[in-house]
Design a protein around this ligand. Sequence first.
Ligand code: SF4
Length: 110
Amino acid sequence: MKQKPKSKEEVYTFVRMAAEHHGWVVSPDTQFVEILVDGLQENFNTYGYFLCPCRDGEGSRKADRDIVCPCVYSKPDIDEYGHCYCGLYLDPDFAASGRLPEPIPERRPD
Ligand code: SF4
């Protein structure tokens, strides 16, 4: 069944709630976050699920289940690097340090 399209504000709410649920913080880089939120909104309204905005999916929830935001790689990446692959969610200590996310290796297997 086709999902009801999400507004940008609904996607921001989703991102804030996901961060709160996991004990993370949303990146303070508001311009960058807006790009990622736009990507999540476009993906949700295209595929019906929050496909990671930094990855190419297959377009099927089953094939993409590991990269539905927050992806299964986010926790190990945040534990190891202080932020997820996209740099949307940050570990609170990383955020407090004032450091900014940098490119990290893709943890998803080929
Ligand atoms: S890398 Fe970050 S933005 Fe992308 S799906 Fe994982 S948690 Fe979401």
